[in-house]
Design a binder for this molecule. Sequence first.
Ligand code: SAM
Length: 499
Amino acid sequence: MNAKKASLTTAQVLEDALARLRPLLSPQEWHALLAELERPPVPAIRLNPLKAEPKDVYTWAGWYGWRLEPIPFCPMGWWVVEAATPISQTIEHRLGYYYIQEAASMLPVELFDFPAGSRPLVLDMAASPGGKTTHLIARTEDRGLVLANDSSRDRLTALRLVLQSWGAINVAVTGFPGEHWGGWYAETFDAVLLDAPCSMQSLRPLESHPMRPITPGEQQRLAQRQVALLLSGLRALKVGGQMVYATCTLAPEEDEGVLDLALRHYPGLFEIESVEDRLPAPAPALESVPGYTYHPQVKYAVRLWPHRFHTAGFFAARLRKLASFPVEEKQLPRPRRRESWRWMKAANVNQVAEAFREAYGMDLEAILEAHQAGLIRRDGTLYAVPLAFERHFGDLPVLSLGLAVAEDSPEGWVPTHDWIARFGRFCTHGRVQLPSDRVATWLQGEDVPFVPSLPLPSNRVVLVTDERGRILGRGRVLRDRLKNLLPRRLVLQRTSFVV
Ligand SMILES: C[S@@+](CC[C@H](N)C(=O)[O-])C[C@H]1O[C@@H](n2cnc3c(N)ncnc32)[C@H](O)[C@@H]1O
Protein backbone atom coordinates (compact mmCIF):
# COMPACT_ATOMS: atom_id res chain seq x y z
CA MET A 1 0.00 0.00 0.00
CA ASN A 2 2.74 2.39 1.04
CA ALA A 3 4.93 1.39 -1.89
CA LYS A 4 2.02 1.96 -4.24
CA LYS A 5 1.36 5.36 -2.75
CA ALA A 6 5.05 6.24 -3.02
CA SER A 7 5.22 5.22 -6.66
CA LEU A 8 2.05 7.19 -7.48
CA THR A 9 3.62 10.21 -5.82
CA THR A 10 6.79 9.82 -7.88
CA ALA A 11 4.72 9.58 -11.06
CA GLN A 12 2.80 12.70 -10.10
CA VAL A 13 6.00 14.59 -9.29
CA LEU A 14 7.44 13.59 -12.65
CA GLU A 15 4.29 14.66 -14.45
CA ASP A 16 4.33 18.07 -12.74
CA ALA A 17 7.99 18.61 -13.63
CA LEU A 18 7.32 17.65 -17.25
CA ALA A 19 4.40 20.05 -17.44
CA ARG A 20 6.65 22.90 -16.27
CA LEU A 21 9.40 22.02 -18.76
CA ARG A 22 7.20 21.41 -21.81
CA PRO A 23 7.15 25.06 -23.00
CA LEU A 24 10.97 24.95 -23.26
CA LEU A 25 11.10 22.28 -25.97
CA SER A 26 10.04 22.08 -29.61
CA PRO A 27 7.36 19.42 -30.38
CA GLN A 28 10.01 17.09 -31.89
CA GLU A 29 12.27 17.41 -28.89
CA TRP A 30 9.35 16.92 -26.56
CA HIS A 31 8.51 13.59 -28.21
CA ALA A 32 12.15 12.55 -28.15
CA LEU A 33 12.22 13.30 -24.43
CA LEU A 34 9.08 11.28 -23.72
CA ALA A 35 10.42 8.34 -25.75
CA GLU A 36 13.70 8.51 -23.83
CA LEU A 37 11.93 8.43 -20.49
CA GLU A 38 10.31 5.14 -21.51
CA ARG A 39 13.76 3.51 -21.55
CA PRO A 40 15.06 2.18 -18.25
CA PRO A 41 18.10 4.10 -16.93
CA VAL A 42 21.42 2.45 -17.77
CA PRO A 43 23.87 2.10 -14.87
CA ALA A 44 27.41 3.34 -15.32
CA ILE A 45 30.81 3.05 -13.67
CA ARG A 46 33.84 5.34 -13.49
CA LEU A 47 37.26 3.76 -13.09
CA ASN A 48 39.60 4.61 -10.23
CA PRO A 49 42.92 5.16 -12.05
CA LEU A 50 44.75 5.18 -8.71
CA LYS A 51 44.02 1.45 -8.41
CA ALA A 52 43.29 0.08 -11.89
CA GLU A 53 43.66 0.70 -15.62
CA PRO A 54 41.13 1.01 -18.44
CA LYS A 55 42.04 -2.44 -19.79
CA ASP A 56 40.97 -3.91 -16.44
CA VAL A 57 37.41 -2.78 -17.07
CA TYR A 58 37.28 -5.07 -20.11
CA THR A 59 38.71 -7.94 -18.06
CA TRP A 60 35.96 -7.46 -15.46
CA ALA A 61 33.41 -7.32 -18.27
CA GLY A 62 34.57 -10.80 -19.31
CA TRP A 63 34.39 -12.19 -15.77
CA TYR A 64 31.01 -10.67 -14.89
CA GLY A 65 29.19 -10.84 -18.22
CA TRP A 66 28.96 -7.09 -18.77
CA ARG A 67 28.31 -5.39 -22.07
CA LEU A 68 30.07 -2.02 -22.02
CA GLU A 69 29.60 1.20 -23.92
CA PRO A 70 32.06 4.04 -23.42
CA ILE A 71 30.57 7.30 -22.18
CA PRO A 72 31.47 9.80 -24.91
CA PHE A 73 32.36 12.70 -22.59
CA CYS A 74 34.28 10.77 -19.93
CA PRO A 75 37.29 8.64 -20.89
CA MET A 76 37.14 6.81 -17.53
CA GLY A 77 33.39 6.10 -17.71
CA TRP A 78 31.38 3.20 -19.18
CA TRP A 79 27.71 2.35 -19.35
CA VAL A 80 27.11 -1.24 -18.35
CA VAL A 81 24.34 -1.99 -20.78
CA GLU A 82 23.92 -5.63 -19.76
CA ALA A 83 25.22 -7.27 -16.62
CA ALA A 84 25.01 -10.94 -15.60
CA THR A 85 26.53 -9.80 -12.26
CA PRO A 86 25.26 -6.43 -11.00
CA ILE A 87 27.94 -3.75 -10.85
CA SER A 88 27.27 -3.24 -7.14
CA GLN A 89 28.09 -6.87 -6.30
CA THR A 90 31.67 -7.28 -7.41
CA ILE A 91 34.78 -7.43 -5.29
CA GLU A 92 36.24 -4.65 -7.45
CA HIS A 93 33.44 -2.30 -6.44
CA ARG A 94 33.97 -3.13 -2.78
CA LEU A 95 37.71 -2.54 -3.10
CA GLY A 96 37.24 0.92 -4.64
CA TYR A 97 38.41 0.04 -8.16
CA TYR A 98 35.43 1.92 -9.62
CA TYR A 99 32.61 4.23 -8.58
CA ILE A 100 29.01 3.74 -9.61
CA GLN A 101 27.73 7.04 -10.98
CA GLU A 102 24.99 8.22 -13.31
CA ALA A 103 26.67 9.16 -16.60
CA ALA A 104 25.55 12.82 -16.57
CA SER A 105 27.33 13.32 -13.25
CA MET A 106 30.59 12.47 -15.01
CA LEU A 107 30.37 15.60 -17.14
CA PRO A 108 31.21 18.49 -14.77
CA VAL A 109 34.68 17.36 -13.74
CA GLU A 110 35.53 16.58 -17.37
CA LEU A 111 34.95 20.27 -18.17
CA PHE A 112 38.04 21.40 -16.25
CA ASP A 113 41.39 21.79 -18.00
CA PHE A 114 44.14 20.42 -15.80
CA PRO A 115 47.42 20.69 -17.72
CA ALA A 116 49.51 17.48 -17.53
CA GLY A 117 51.94 17.58 -14.63
CA SER A 118 50.20 20.49 -12.88
CA ARG A 119 49.39 20.36 -9.18
CA PRO A 120 46.19 22.40 -8.99
CA LEU A 121 44.57 23.57 -5.78
CA VAL A 122 40.91 22.59 -6.14
CA LEU A 123 37.89 23.43 -3.98
CA ASP A 124 34.90 21.08 -4.15
CA MET A 125 32.38 23.29 -2.33
CA ALA A 126 29.49 20.83 -1.91
CA ALA A 127 31.18 17.46 -2.04
CA SER A 128 29.17 14.79 -0.19
CA PRO A 129 28.88 11.91 -0.80
CA GLY A 130 32.02 12.34 -2.88
CA GLY A 131 31.34 11.11 -6.41
CA LYS A 132 32.79 14.19 -8.06
CA THR A 133 35.56 14.49 -5.46
CA THR A 134 36.85 11.07 -6.51
CA HIS A 135 36.68 12.23 -10.13
CA LEU A 136 38.65 15.40 -9.29
CA ILE A 137 41.30 13.30 -7.57
CA ALA A 138 41.49 11.02 -10.61
CA ARG A 139 41.80 13.93 -13.03
CA THR A 140 44.53 15.60 -10.97
CA GLU A 141 46.27 12.21 -10.59
CA ASP A 142 46.25 12.70 -6.80
CA ARG A 143 49.09 15.21 -7.32
CA GLY A 144 47.28 18.49 -6.58
CA LEU A 145 45.15 19.16 -3.52
CA VAL A 146 41.40 18.65 -3.46
CA LEU A 147 39.62 20.35 -0.60
CA ALA A 148 36.33 18.47 -0.24
CA ASN A 149 33.82 20.54 1.72
CA ASP A 150 30.17 20.04 2.60
CA SER A 151 28.01 21.85 5.13
CA SER A 152 26.00 18.77 6.11
CA ARG A 153 27.63 16.91 8.97
CA ASP A 154 25.34 13.92 8.34
CA ARG A 155 26.58 13.51 4.78
CA LEU A 156 30.27 13.92 5.57
CA THR A 157 30.64 10.38 6.92
CA ALA A 158 29.73 8.96 3.53
CA LEU A 159 32.26 11.31 1.90
CA ARG A 160 35.04 10.17 4.19
CA LEU A 161 34.30 6.49 3.54
CA VAL A 162 34.24 7.04 -0.21
CA LEU A 163 37.63 8.79 -0.07
CA GLN A 164 39.15 6.07 2.09
CA SER A 165 38.07 3.49 -0.40
CA TRP A 166 39.34 5.61 -3.34
CA GLY A 167 42.78 5.70 -1.68
CA ALA A 168 43.57 9.42 -2.10
CA ILE A 169 46.44 11.19 -0.36
CA ASN A 170 46.02 14.73 -1.60
CA VAL A 171 42.63 15.42 -0.12
CA ALA A 172 41.26 17.25 2.93
CA VAL A 173 37.68 17.12 4.19
CA THR A 174 36.04 20.15 5.81
CA GLY A 175 32.51 20.84 7.01
CA PHE A 176 31.68 24.54 6.49
CA PRO A 177 28.94 26.40 4.64
CA GLY A 178 30.31 26.99 1.15
CA GLU A 179 29.28 30.64 1.41
CA HIS A 180 32.31 31.31 3.66
CA TRP A 181 35.10 30.27 1.33
CA GLY A 182 35.16 33.40 -0.85
CA GLY A 183 35.67 35.65 2.17
CA TRP A 184 38.12 33.31 3.88
CA TYR A 185 40.32 32.38 0.94
CA ALA A 186 39.94 34.99 -1.79
CA GLU A 187 41.84 34.20 -5.04
CA THR A 188 43.39 31.02 -3.67
CA PHE A 189 42.17 28.12 -5.84
CA ASP A 190 43.11 27.18 -9.40
CA ALA A 191 39.75 25.46 -9.84
CA VAL A 192 36.43 25.41 -8.00
CA LEU A 193 33.60 22.94 -8.43
CA LEU A 194 30.14 23.86 -7.23
CA ASP A 195 27.86 20.84 -7.59
CA ALA A 196 25.06 22.82 -6.08
CA PRO A 197 22.27 21.68 -3.78
CA CYS A 198 19.22 21.74 -6.06
CA SER A 199 15.64 20.62 -6.54
CA MET A 200 16.76 17.42 -8.35
CA GLN A 201 14.26 17.78 -11.22
CA SER A 202 16.35 15.41 -13.31
CA LEU A 203 13.35 13.58 -14.81
CA ARG A 204 15.12 10.30 -14.00
CA PRO A 205 14.20 9.44 -10.43
CA LEU A 206 16.82 7.02 -9.09
CA GLU A 207 17.33 5.63 -5.62
CA SER A 208 20.32 7.95 -5.20
CA HIS A 209 18.47 10.89 -6.82
CA PRO A 210 14.78 10.74 -5.93
CA MET A 211 12.45 13.41 -7.30
CA ARG A 212 10.25 15.20 -4.83
CA PRO A 213 7.57 17.88 -5.09
CA ILE A 214 8.97 21.39 -5.02
CA THR A 215 7.14 24.63 -4.31
CA PRO A 216 7.96 27.95 -6.04
CA GLY A 217 9.03 29.37 -2.64
CA GLU A 218 11.52 26.51 -2.08
CA GLN A 219 12.85 26.91 -5.57
CA GLN A 220 13.42 30.62 -5.01
CA ARG A 221 15.29 29.94 -1.76
CA LEU A 222 17.40 27.31 -3.51
CA ALA A 223 18.25 29.75 -6.32
CA GLN A 224 19.32 32.38 -3.78
CA ARG A 225 21.60 29.86 -2.07
CA GLN A 226 23.01 28.79 -5.44
CA VAL A 227 23.84 32.40 -6.35
CA ALA A 228 25.51 32.99 -2.97
CA LEU A 229 27.57 29.79 -3.35
CA LEU A 230 28.48 30.63 -6.95
CA LEU A 231 29.76 34.08 -5.95
CA SER A 232 31.67 32.66 -3.00
CA GLY A 233 33.34 30.16 -5.35
CA LEU A 234 34.21 32.88 -7.86
CA ARG A 235 35.80 34.95 -5.10
CA ALA A 236 37.83 31.98 -3.88
CA LEU A 237 39.10 31.38 -7.43
CA LYS A 238 42.37 32.89 -8.70
CA VAL A 239 42.06 35.34 -11.60
CA GLY A 240 42.42 33.15 -14.70
CA GLY A 241 41.12 30.07 -12.85
CA GLN A 242 38.15 27.89 -13.84
CA MET A 243 34.96 27.21 -11.97
CA VAL A 244 32.34 24.62 -12.91
CA TYR A 245 28.76 25.21 -11.83
CA ALA A 246 26.55 22.10 -12.01
CA THR A 247 23.13 20.92 -10.89
CA CYS A 248 21.14 17.74 -11.37
CA THR A 249 17.99 19.70 -12.10
CA LEU A 250 16.48 20.98 -15.33
CA ALA A 251 14.64 23.84 -13.61
CA PRO A 252 15.86 26.98 -15.47
CA GLU A 253 15.54 29.09 -12.30
CA GLU A 254 18.42 27.08 -10.76
CA ASP A 255 20.46 26.77 -13.95
CA GLU A 256 20.45 29.51 -16.59
CA GLY A 257 18.72 31.86 -14.12
CA VAL A 258 21.57 31.62 -11.58
CA LEU A 259 24.27 32.27 -14.19
CA ASP A 260 22.28 35.11 -15.69
CA LEU A 261 21.99 36.87 -12.34
CA ALA A 262 25.72 36.59 -11.60
CA LEU A 263 26.67 37.77 -15.12
CA ARG A 264 24.44 40.83 -14.86
CA HIS A 265 25.63 41.78 -11.37
CA TYR A 266 29.33 41.35 -12.09
CA PRO A 267 29.81 42.26 -15.78
CA GLY A 268 33.28 41.57 -17.09
CA LEU A 269 34.56 39.79 -13.98
CA PHE A 270 33.98 36.32 -15.37
CA GLU A 271 32.80 34.67 -18.56
CA ILE A 272 31.16 31.42 -19.52
CA GLU A 273 33.32 29.38 -21.85
CA SER A 274 32.08 27.21 -24.65
CA VAL A 275 32.69 23.52 -23.87
CA GLU A 276 31.33 22.16 -27.14
CA ASP A 277 34.62 20.33 -27.74
CA ARG A 278 33.91 18.11 -24.69
CA LEU A 279 30.65 16.73 -26.09
CA PRO A 280 29.85 14.48 -29.03
CA ALA A 281 27.04 16.83 -30.12
CA PRO A 282 25.79 20.25 -29.06
CA ALA A 283 23.70 20.49 -25.88
CA PRO A 284 23.21 24.25 -25.53
CA ALA A 285 21.59 25.91 -22.58
CA LEU A 286 18.41 27.93 -23.01
CA GLU A 287 18.70 31.41 -24.52
CA SER A 288 15.36 32.47 -23.07
CA VAL A 289 12.28 31.31 -21.19
CA PRO A 290 8.80 32.65 -21.96
CA GLY A 291 8.91 36.38 -21.16
CA TYR A 292 12.67 36.65 -20.43
CA THR A 293 15.89 36.57 -22.44
CA TYR A 294 19.06 35.49 -20.65
CA HIS A 295 22.46 37.16 -20.84
CA PRO A 296 23.99 36.16 -24.22
CA GLN A 297 26.78 34.13 -22.57
CA VAL A 298 24.38 31.80 -20.79
CA LYS A 299 23.91 29.76 -23.97
CA TYR A 300 27.49 28.44 -23.64
CA ALA A 301 26.42 26.34 -20.65
CA VAL A 302 25.40 22.72 -21.23
CA ARG A 303 21.85 21.51 -20.70
CA LEU A 304 21.67 17.73 -20.77
CA TRP A 305 18.10 16.86 -21.57
CA PRO A 306 17.84 13.08 -21.04
CA HIS A 307 17.29 12.44 -24.76
CA ARG A 308 20.55 14.17 -25.76
CA PHE A 309 22.92 11.44 -24.57
CA HIS A 310 20.64 8.96 -22.71
CA THR A 311 21.47 10.34 -19.27
CA ALA A 312 19.56 11.88 -16.40
CA GLY A 313 18.75 15.56 -16.75
CA PHE A 314 21.73 17.73 -15.83
CA PHE A 315 23.16 21.22 -16.22
CA ALA A 316 26.79 22.39 -16.19
CA ALA A 317 28.81 25.45 -17.13
CA ARG A 318 32.51 26.29 -17.10
CA LEU A 319 33.31 29.81 -15.94
CA ARG A 320 36.62 31.65 -16.31
CA LYS A 321 37.49 34.37 -13.83
CA LEU A 322 38.71 37.48 -15.64
CA ALA A 323 39.21 39.98 -12.80
CA SER A 324 39.03 40.31 -9.04
CA PHE A 325 35.68 40.44 -7.29
CA PRO A 326 34.99 42.92 -4.52
CA VAL A 327 35.78 40.82 -1.46
CA GLU A 328 34.35 41.13 2.00
CA GLU A 329 37.16 39.71 4.10
CA LYS A 330 35.74 37.34 6.66
CA GLN A 331 37.48 36.20 9.77
CA LEU A 332 38.73 32.65 9.45
CA PRO A 333 37.28 29.99 11.73
CA ARG A 334 39.08 29.57 15.02
CA PRO A 335 42.30 27.75 14.17
CA ARG A 336 42.65 24.23 15.46
CA ARG A 337 45.97 23.58 17.17
CA ARG A 338 46.63 20.01 16.25
CA GLU A 339 48.16 19.01 19.57
CA SER A 340 48.21 15.31 18.78
CA TRP A 341 49.85 15.72 15.34
CA ARG A 342 53.59 15.29 15.07
CA TRP A 343 55.44 15.75 11.78
CA MET A 344 57.90 12.89 11.40
CA LYS A 345 61.51 13.83 11.18
CA ALA A 346 63.43 12.72 8.09
CA ALA A 347 65.37 10.10 10.08
CA ASN A 348 62.15 8.53 11.37
CA VAL A 349 60.56 8.58 7.92
CA ASN A 350 63.65 6.80 6.74
CA GLN A 351 63.21 4.10 9.35
CA VAL A 352 59.60 3.40 8.33
CA ALA A 353 60.63 3.44 4.68
CA GLU A 354 63.39 0.92 5.40
CA ALA A 355 60.92 -1.39 7.18
CA PHE A 356 58.48 -1.19 4.23
CA ARG A 357 61.28 -1.84 1.74
CA GLU A 358 62.49 -4.87 3.61
CA ALA A 359 59.02 -6.36 4.21
CA TYR A 360 57.30 -5.53 0.90
CA GLY A 361 59.76 -4.02 -1.55
CA MET A 362 57.75 -0.78 -1.40
CA ASP A 363 59.50 2.57 -1.83
CA LEU A 364 57.62 4.77 0.65
CA GLU A 365 59.88 7.78 0.21
CA ALA A 366 59.43 7.76 -3.56
CA ILE A 367 55.64 7.63 -3.10
CA LEU A 368 55.70 10.56 -0.67
CA GLU A 369 57.96 12.54 -2.98
CA ALA A 370 55.77 11.89 -6.03
CA HIS A 371 52.67 13.04 -4.14
CA GLN A 372 54.37 15.95 -2.38
CA ALA A 373 53.26 14.50 0.93
CA GLY A 374 54.80 14.37 4.39
CA LEU A 375 54.24 11.92 7.22
CA ILE A 376 52.52 12.89 10.43
CA ARG A 377 51.97 10.75 13.47
CA ARG A 378 48.61 11.04 15.19
CA ASP A 379 47.99 8.75 18.13
CA GLY A 380 49.08 5.31 16.95
CA THR A 381 48.75 5.96 13.21
CA LEU A 382 50.95 7.48 10.52
CA TYR A 383 49.29 9.54 7.79
CA ALA A 384 50.60 10.73 4.44
CA VAL A 385 49.35 14.32 4.30
CA PRO A 386 49.55 16.86 1.48
CA LEU A 387 52.26 19.44 2.11
CA ALA A 388 50.16 21.90 0.09
CA PHE A 389 47.52 21.81 2.80
CA GLU A 390 49.98 22.94 5.44
CA ARG A 391 51.30 25.62 3.10
CA HIS A 392 47.95 27.16 2.15
CA PHE A 393 45.57 26.38 4.99
CA GLY A 394 47.73 25.97 8.10
CA ASP A 395 45.51 25.43 11.12
CA LEU A 396 42.15 25.35 9.32
CA PRO A 397 40.02 22.75 11.13
CA VAL A 398 39.67 19.59 9.04
CA LEU A 399 37.66 16.43 9.51
CA SER A 400 40.22 14.29 7.75
CA LEU A 401 43.44 14.79 5.85
CA GLY A 402 45.47 12.49 3.64
CA LEU A 403 45.68 8.71 3.79
CA ALA A 404 46.57 6.42 6.72
CA VAL A 405 49.91 4.73 5.97
CA ALA A 406 50.79 2.57 8.97
CA GLU A 407 49.75 1.55 12.45
CA ASP A 408 51.98 1.13 15.41
CA SER A 409 52.27 -2.46 16.62
CA PRO A 410 54.61 -4.41 18.94
CA GLU A 411 56.72 -5.42 15.92
CA GLY A 412 56.91 -1.86 14.52
CA TRP A 413 54.93 0.03 11.89
CA VAL A 414 52.63 -2.15 9.81
CA PRO A 415 50.92 -0.77 6.69
CA THR A 416 47.20 0.02 6.95
CA HIS A 417 44.58 -1.64 4.83
CA ASP A 418 43.97 1.60 2.90
CA TRP A 419 47.65 1.99 2.06
CA ILE A 420 48.03 -1.60 0.94
CA ALA A 421 44.82 -1.39 -1.08
CA ARG A 422 46.20 1.65 -2.96
CA PHE A 423 49.90 0.76 -3.34
CA GLY A 424 49.98 -3.01 -2.86
CA ARG A 425 50.31 -3.63 -6.60
CA PHE A 426 53.83 -2.18 -6.39
CA CYS A 427 54.92 -4.64 -3.65
CA THR A 428 57.44 -7.17 -4.86
CA HIS A 429 57.30 -9.47 -1.83
CA GLY A 430 55.54 -10.04 1.48
CA ARG A 431 52.53 -11.23 -0.53
CA VAL A 432 50.35 -14.29 -0.10
CA GLN A 433 48.03 -15.57 -2.76
CA LEU A 434 44.80 -17.15 -1.58
CA PRO A 435 43.50 -20.16 -3.49
CA SER A 436 40.22 -19.19 -5.20
CA ASP A 437 38.14 -21.49 -2.97
CA ARG A 438 39.22 -19.40 0.06
CA VAL A 439 38.36 -15.95 -1.28
CA ALA A 440 34.70 -15.95 -0.18
CA THR A 441 35.66 -17.03 3.33
CA TRP A 442 38.25 -14.25 3.48
CA LEU A 443 35.82 -11.55 2.37
CA GLN A 444 33.44 -12.64 5.11
CA GLY A 445 36.13 -11.66 7.59
CA GLU A 446 37.21 -15.18 8.58
CA ASP A 447 40.74 -16.48 9.06
CA VAL A 448 41.86 -19.12 6.57
CA PRO A 449 43.85 -22.25 7.35
CA PHE A 450 47.55 -22.16 6.60
CA VAL A 451 48.33 -21.36 2.97
CA PRO A 452 51.02 -23.78 1.68
CA SER A 453 52.96 -21.11 -0.25
CA LEU A 454 53.92 -19.23 2.92
CA PRO A 455 57.69 -19.16 3.37
CA LEU A 456 57.28 -16.18 5.68
CA PRO A 457 58.33 -15.45 9.24
CA SER A 458 55.57 -16.06 11.74
CA ASN A 459 53.64 -12.98 12.93
CA ARG A 460 54.51 -11.00 9.78
CA VAL A 461 51.72 -8.87 8.27
CA VAL A 462 51.41 -9.74 4.59
CA LEU A 463 49.56 -8.46 1.57
CA VAL A 464 46.78 -10.88 0.58
CA THR A 465 45.85 -11.27 -3.07
CA ASP A 466 43.80 -13.80 -5.00
CA GLU A 467 44.58 -15.70 -8.18
CA ARG A 468 43.12 -12.84 -10.23
CA GLY A 469 45.62 -10.42 -8.67
CA ARG A 470 43.05 -8.51 -6.63
CA ILE A 471 44.40 -7.07 -3.41
CA LEU A 472 42.11 -8.41 -0.71
CA GLY A 473 43.81 -6.68 2.20
CA ARG A 474 46.24 -7.72 4.89
CA GLY A 475 46.69 -10.89 6.91
CA ARG A 476 48.94 -11.89 9.76
CA VAL A 477 50.92 -15.11 9.38
CA LEU A 478 50.23 -17.39 12.34
CA ARG A 479 51.52 -20.93 12.86
CA ASP A 480 48.43 -22.68 11.50
CA ARG A 481 46.46 -19.97 9.70
CA LEU A 482 46.37 -16.57 8.12
CA LYS A 483 44.66 -14.14 10.47
CA ASN A 484 42.17 -11.90 8.73
CA LEU A 485 42.86 -8.16 9.19
CA LEU A 486 40.11 -6.90 6.89
CA PRO A 487 38.55 -3.72 8.38
CA ARG A 488 35.02 -4.34 9.66
CA ARG A 489 33.58 -1.85 7.15
CA LEU A 490 34.73 -4.13 4.33
CA VAL A 491 33.50 -7.44 5.70
CA LEU A 492 30.78 -8.75 3.42
CA GLN A 493 27.70 -10.92 3.80
CA ARG A 494 28.00 -13.96 1.53
CA THR A 495 24.83 -12.96 -0.34
CA SER A 496 26.11 -9.48 -1.23
CA PHE A 497 28.99 -10.32 -3.58
CA VAL A 498 30.09 -12.58 -6.39
CA VAL A 499 33.60 -14.04 -6.37
C1 SAM B 1 24.26 17.69 -5.33
S1 SAM B 1 24.84 17.34 -3.72
C2 SAM B 1 26.56 17.10 -4.00
C3 SAM B 1 26.91 15.78 -4.61
C4 SAM B 1 28.39 15.54 -4.66
N1 SAM B 1 29.10 16.63 -5.30
C5 SAM B 1 28.74 14.24 -5.37
O1 SAM B 1 29.10 14.28 -6.55
O2 SAM B 1 28.69 13.16 -4.76
C6 SAM B 1 24.79 18.88 -2.95
C7 SAM B 1 25.47 18.94 -1.60
O3 SAM B 1 25.44 20.30 -1.16
C8 SAM B 1 25.49 20.28 0.24
N2 SAM B 1 25.13 21.65 0.69
C9 SAM B 1 23.91 22.19 0.85
N3 SAM B 1 24.03 23.48 1.22
C10 SAM B 1 25.35 23.75 1.29
C11 SAM B 1 26.11 24.90 1.65
N4 SAM B 1 25.52 26.03 1.97
N5 SAM B 1 27.45 24.81 1.65
C12 SAM B 1 28.08 23.63 1.32
N6 SAM B 1 27.40 22.53 0.99
C13 SAM B 1 26.06 22.58 0.96
C14 SAM B 1 24.53 19.17 0.61
O4 SAM B 1 24.79 18.69 1.91
C15 SAM B 1 24.82 18.14 -0.48
O5 SAM B 1 25.71 17.17 0.00
